[in-house]
Design a protein around this ligand. Structure first.
Ligand code: PRP
Ligand code: GUN
Length: 183
């Protein structure tokens, strides 16, 4: 659904920046080092979890200087809302996963249910090894942990660097917490 321009501006004005672009860059450099340490030499299949991981993938992949391939998984649980619901699979590249070292790349680890389902699906599809990396993890319990985490933020609804608010703000150059009244 579309957001009126006035409402869009008001949400942005009330939001609080939690992470600056410079801090994201530093986190991505560190993530790239950790991922290289874990996966260089395994010819991994990197799976970008659409749509939110599009920025992480775009910024992280050029920092990985080893042999790898890229595909995507499309799964959604929030569907433009600020609370998660049923997980809906839109694209699952099952036939490409068998016997592969898989790296799942996502933007945020919140409840961890999305990552848990993806990891289970990759194992069910015959992956040899499944590892995961997220740009941001919220400081709260998760159903599943990521192997590599870029940044930790408080448990508030956030947008920017691929993360949306009602389908918008994925292009925000910082990570912002939405004001309580807007959640
Ligand atoms: O840890 P969880 O509570 O399961 O939430 C994390 C998931 O939520 C977001 O996806 P969303 O369903 O919003 O789809 P999107 O990627 O299209 O934004 C995000 O990209 C993660 O995949
Ligand atoms: N955009 C966005 N998506 C999420 N999915 C789970 N938590 C969040 C969040 O805080 N922001």
């Amino acid at each position: 659904m579309k957001l009126e321009a006035q409402r869009y501006d008001a949400v942005a004005a009330r939001a609080q920046q939690l992470v600056t672009p410079a801090e994201v860059d530093t986190a991505l450099d560190r993530m790239a080092q950790e991922i290289t340490h874990r996966l260089a030499g395994t010819d991994p299949l990197v799976l970008c979890v659409m749509t939110g991981a599009v920025c992480v993938a775009g910024l992280l992949l050029p920092r990985l200087h080893f042999q790898l391939r890229v595909d995507y998984i499309h799964v959604t649980r929030y569907q433009g809302q600020t609370r998660g619901g049923e997980l809906e699979w839109r694209y699952r590249p099952s036939e490409r996963i068998r016997d592969q070292h898989v790296l799942i790349l996502d933007d945020v680890l919140d409840e961890g249910l999305t990552l848990k389902h993806i990891v289970e699906a990759c194992h069910a599809d015959g992956a040899r090894v499944v590892q995961s990396a997220v740009l941001v993890a919220k400081t709260r319990p998760h159903a599943c942990e990521a192997d590599v985490v870029g940044l930790e933020v408080e448990d508030r609804y956030i947008y920017g660097y691929g993360l949306d608010y009602k389908g918008y703000f994925r292009n925000a150059d910082g990570i912002y917490a939405v004001a309580d009244d807007d959640v």
